[in-house]
Design a protein around this ligand. Structure first.
Ligand SMILES: C[S@@+](CC[C@H](N)C(=O)[O-])C[C@H]1O[C@@H](n2cnc3c(N)ncnc32)[C@H](O)[C@@H]1O
Length: 285
């Protein structure tokens, strides 16, 4: 092993990584280099700034994760974790990385069901990492839930994250093609289904297009296939007065609201995300 004085310093490694990440088109390459350094070495960003001449033990490990990020692998797949509200979720291959805009759905549920002591029975259609159902069970300590996903990697991830958050004893995770395996009514049905049009795929960021599962992203030629199925199932899934909260893509509010109205549900809110984009349709059964 080279002596510390012969090994590259933190500053030299950061400069090298920043150059590589910038050339690969990563936005904020310096910041990402620092975050990757913190992940690889345990050196906080504060320490990196205070002591740029420091050395790290695993230079090869740092360079390897910089290579992965240079190939545009999502940052969350490299660290294996992503924050969502006040919880951390494990993520990895085959599972969509939780998005900040999905927190809009959680806010909508909290607004329409403010009593946290309610023993809600909740269904999450297409649970992925579990960010929606696990967060809701965390927020409503007397609630119980069912999470469905068609894909095993997603179901396993939902289970792991339910364990992590201490809500696994209140959650059943099952394989189902949307609601086909469900024979029960719920107080709340939540879903963030795939909603990207097939022809939009080539325009997506490489992190999404090359690494995230297409089955979590694309919903047919107009991006609305999953909503058609889910809306038609909702009347049979909701208790009287039950709530449906569905995440939508930009510009899909009119069509998704129409699907809900067509099956006899009352659309009670179209909630915007922090960017001002309509992000969640809320309907009542
Ligand atoms: C947009 S992702 C949302 C994941 C997670 N709920 C979130 O908000 O991050 C859609 C999820 O639906 C699942 N899915 C796709 N088609 C499905 C189907 N036919 N039945 C059940 N789940 C499906 C995908 O595997 C994926 O986990």
């Amino acid at each position: 092993m080279p002596k510390p004085s012969e090994r590259p310093t933190v500053e030299a490694l950061l400069t090298e990584a920043t150059r590589q990440l910038a050339a690969a088109g990563v936005e904020e390459p310096r910041r990402e280099a620092r975050l990757l350094m913190a992940h690889a070495s345990g050196l906080s960003i504060g320490r990196q700034i205070a002591d740029p001449g420091a050395h790290i033990a695993d230079v090869g490990g740092f360079r390897a994760i910089v290579e992965r990020r240079t190939a545009r692998e999502p940052f969350a797949y490299i660290t294996g974790l992503r924050g969502f509200r006040d919880l951390e979720f494990e993520v990895g291959k085959g599972v969509l990385v939780p998005r900040p805009e999905t927190e809009t759905l959680i806010e909508a549920v909290l607004a329409h069901r403010p009593d946290r002591a309610t023993p809600l029975r909740i269904l999450d259609l297409g649970s992925g990492s579990g960010c929606i159902i696990v967060t809701l069970l965390h927020l409503y300590p007397d609630a119980t839930g069912v999470a469905v996903d068609l894909f095993a990697a997603a179901r396993e991830c939902t289970r792991r994250n339910a364990e992590r958050a201490g809500v696994a004893d209140r959650l059943e995770v099952i394989e189902s093609d949307w609601a086909t395996a469900i024979d029960e009514r719920f107080d709340l049905v939540a879903s963030n289904p795939p909603y990207i049009r097939q022809d939009e795929m080539p325009d997506l960021a490489p992190e999404v297009r090359l690494f995230e599962p297409e089955t979590a992203l694309v919903a047919g030629r107009d991006g609305l296939d999953a909503y058609r199925i889910i809306a038609s199932d909702l009347p049979g899934l909701l208790n009287k007065g039950g709530l449906a909260a569905v995440e939508i893509g930009a510009g899909q509010g009119d069509m998704v609201s129409e699907f809900m109205s067509d099956v006899g549900l009352a659309v009670i809110e179209r909630r915007r995300d922090l960017a001002g984009i309509e992000r969640c349709v809320v309907a009542s059964g």
